[in-house]
Write a protein that binds this ligand. Structure first.
Ligand code: NOJ
Ligand code: NOJ
Length: 580
């Protein structure tokens, strides 16, 4: 009897998994061409839905009201073209070359357009969006957004590497490199300044932005080396090291997840982090946790915490078992359009899981650590930490269940896809009906990359393999810290802040930005209400400093007198302060 019912259960399970995977297969077969056409319709000037857009300009959506998305965002455009460039360079679609050249020309022109963030040489590259005729958008907006230049560099570098491999280095050097270099120089000198996050809401430091900046500088340094532009290489690599160091500070070891923003006053669980994992995926790096690769223990633990945050807040998720796929959105506290699931966030979860499966299958094993245990226990409640070879039952049980979990996210989007395969920005958390911007270009691109990942497609490596993070972070963008010996000082300050407010640090030495409120160093709120940062300062030196608050452009200094300490001759040192 017992045996019988177990057998029946597993037959039902196998049938269910099979039924799901065949319906996912048929959804992908019909949705792929629709998504591809959806992307192309939104690229000017000949795209069917992008009248008025200049050649190579990507509109975010044709929607002109509720919301008005008929603009071009550097982030959306670059992510979309990265997907198209991957299709072109892999040989999957060789017809895209003309459009890619249009994109490069369009972005080359946009870089030079002075806008409310500045001119090309005074910060204008951080401007998030432009009018589709390539003029500046001058209305109020969350600016700057410093992920844009990095994402644009990454997209164009992908094309540049292909051109070099196909005997067109001279075109790269004359036409692409000047554009790439402007963006990378901007990243190298501004990465330590605060930024609006990818959702254009929180002004602080943001995991996605830090990670894509790190990636762009690494591959930019490699490209520069290849084409003999050696003068930038060490500067880019130095700042990449600093970025990688800072990237580690977003990890919340107690919660087992990545805190998306240093500011913002939210839980920090955010699709930002899953998007980071897929957009900085490098199959050559395996399951490396330093770069938060999709199959790293940190990224998997984070994925579970993030997904679980949506189980009880959307009506359409009710009644779904705690280990099955559900609809997910940007972050649980979201209130934009009342806070709904986003197609691109759902696709991103599936993509992270497919990327993981690709790596585990390639390396012939899978590793369960104490950090990733809770993630894996969703699929097998008794699994223990350890390394499981692909020949083992455990490997097969886990990977089969994870594939079906991933397919479950595709099935969620399939269920709520609009008529004729249309993908908007969001779908209603209670009714499941598409809402907000229709035909969102980024939603279509997210479908294409998730489907590609399910087929095992991997983008060319960007050099993530074997990177190690310095143990102490230097936070000075661009400059170097001089010759004398330094010690690592950790500044911890207890400070209660309001939404959008951040704590910075400045003081009497170069390493503390010489009392500059503009260049003051942003602290991490990963352990809020303790804000902290570790800075290398000159050894055996009397140093004065103050914390400052920044909120909506207003700066508030701590009251007098200055804080002071004398740094030790060697080793490290910690200061525990309270805001005063
Ligand atoms: C428009 C932004 O694009 C969106 O991300 C944000 O949520 C809303 N403004 C509300 O700030
Ligand atoms: C709002 C999203 O939050 C932002 O990420 C995106 O760039 C714009 N909409 C345009 O799609």
């Amino acid at each position: 009897m017992k045996f019988f019912s177990r057998l029946l259960t597993s037959v039902t399970l196998v049938t269910a998994v099979f039924a799901q995977s065949s319906s996912v297969d048929s959804y992908i077969a019909s949705e792929s061409p629709i998504a591809k056409a959806g992307v192309l319709a939104n690229v000017g000037s000949s795209g069917a839905k992008s009248q008025g857009a200049k050649p190579g300009i990507v509109i975010a959506s044709p929607s002109k009201s509720n919301p008005d998305y008929l603009y071009t965002w550097t982030r959306d455009s670059s992510l979309v073209f990265k997907a198209l460039i991957d299709q072109f360079t892999s040989g999957a679609d060789t017809s895209l070359r003309g459009l890619i050249d249009d994109f490069v020309s369009a972005e080359t022109a946009l870089q030079q357009v002075s806008n409310p963030s500045g001119s090309v040489s005074t910060g204008g590259l951080g401007e998030p969006k432009f009018n589709i005729d390539q003029s500046a958008f001058t209305g109020a907006w969350g600016r700057p957004q410093r992920d844009g230049p990095a994402l644009r560099a990454t997209a164009i570098i992908g094309y540049a590497n292909w051109l070099i491999d196909n005997s067109n280095s001279s075109w790269v050097t004359s036409k692409l490199w000047p554009v790439i270099k402007l963006d990378l120089d901007y990243v190298a000198s501004n990465w330590n300044q605060s930024t609006f996050d990818l959702w254009e809401e929180v002004n602080s430091a943001s995991f996605f932005t830090t990670a894509v900046q790190h990636r762009a500088l690494r591959e930019g340094a490699a490209l520069a080396t290849k084409i003999g532009q050696t003068s930038v290489v060490s500067g880019y690599n130095t700042q990449a090291g600093n970025l990688l160091c800072f990237l580690q500070s977003y990890w919340n070891p107690t919660g087992g997840y990545v805190t998306a923003n240093t500011g913002g006053g939210r839980s920090g669980r955010d699709s930002n982090t899953v998007l980071t994992s897929i957009h900085t995926f490098d199959a050559a790096a395996g399951c490396d946790a330093t770069t938060f690769q999709p199959c790293s223990d940190k990224a998997l633990s984070n994925l579970k915490v993030y997904v679980d945050a949506f189980r009880s807040i959307y009506g359409i998720n009710s009644g779904i078992s705690s280990s099955s796929a559900v609809a997910v959105g940007r972050y649980p506290e979201d209130s934009y359009y009342s806070g709904n699931p986003w197609y691109l966030s759902v696709f991103a979860v599936a993509e992270q899981l497919y990327d993981s499966l690709t790596v585990w299958n390639a390396q012939g094993s899978l590793n369960v650590t104490s950090t990733s245990l809770a993630f894996f226990r969703q699929f097998s409640s008794t699994v223990a930490t350890g390394t499981y070879a692909s020949s083992s039952t455990t490997f097969q049980t886990l990977t089969t269940a994870i594939k079906s979990f991933a397919d479950g996210f595709i099935a969620v989007n399939a269920k709520y896809t609009g008529t004729n395969g249309g993908l908007s920005e969001q779908f209603d958390k209670s009714t499941g009906s598409p809402t907000s911007a229709s035909d969102l270009t980024w939603s279509y691109a997210a479908a294409l990359t998730a489907f590609g990942a399910r087929d095992g497609f991997t983008s060319p490596s960007w050099g993530a393999s074997g990177l190690t993070s310095p143990t102490t972070c230097s936070t000075s963008g661009g400059g170097s810290s001089g010759g004398g010996s330094t010690v690592a000082v950790t500044f911890n300050v207890q400070a209660t802040t309001v939404w959008g407010e951040n704590i910075h640090l400045t003081g009497s030495v170069d390493a503390l930005q010489n009392w500059s409120p503009d260049n003051a160093i942003l602290l991490s709120a990963a352990n809020y209400p303790t804000w902290s940062i570790t800075v290398n300062v000159p050894a055996s030196t009397a140093i004065q400093y103050k914390y400052i608050r920044k909120y909506n452009g207003a700066v508030t200094w701590e009251s007098d007198p200055n804080n002071q300490f004398t740094s030790p001759a060697s080793g490290s040192f910690t200061l525990n302060d309270s805001w005063r």
